[in-house]
Design a binder for this molecule. Structure first.
Ligand SMILES: [Zn+2]
Ligand SMILES: [Zn+2]
Length: 128
């Protein structure tokens, strides 16, 4: 079987606006969830535990440290600790920054934490 995971070498070549071309497709976020070759099962378990305890930011940082991937890719992974979202149970995808439900599936801004990520190269927090 072909290896569908990303090596550190591949990850370092990824540009900021590039989305993963390998991995399971999430039908709700319309992105592929990258798999990381350098992530051990123990690392994965530790990251999932952090996510379950409401500490996605820390999980994201640790994932970047462990794999060398960029922030958007780490966010995608952290949003999918259990694989692709199930449209039957989740009407909208969660905000990648605070985890609250977004208003619509294609939303690129969050009404809870005010983050705006229409432009992946220029993510900012909107001022009230
Ligand atoms: Zn998703
Ligand atoms: Zn948010």
């Amino acid at each position: 079987m072909e290896d569908q995971s990303y090596s550190q070498e591949e990850l370092l070549r990824v540009r900021g606006n590039e989305f993963p071309g390998k991995g399971l497709l999430c039908p709700m976020c319309k992105v592929r969830i990258p798999a990381f070759r350098d992530l051990t099962p123990q690392d994965e378990t530790r990251l999932r535990t952090l996510i379950q305890h409401g500490r996605p930011t820390e999980a994201t940082k640790r994932l970047i440290d462990a794999t060398g991937c960029n922030l958007p890719w780490a966010n995608i992974w952290v949003l999918h600790p259990d694989g692709p979202h199930d449209p039957a149970t989740q009407p909208t995808a969660p905000c990648p920054y605070c985890g609250e439900a977004l208003r619509t599936p294609p939303a690129r801004q969050c009404r809870f934490c005010e983050m705006d990520w229409h432009d992946p190269e220029h993510v900012y927090r909107r001022e009230a």
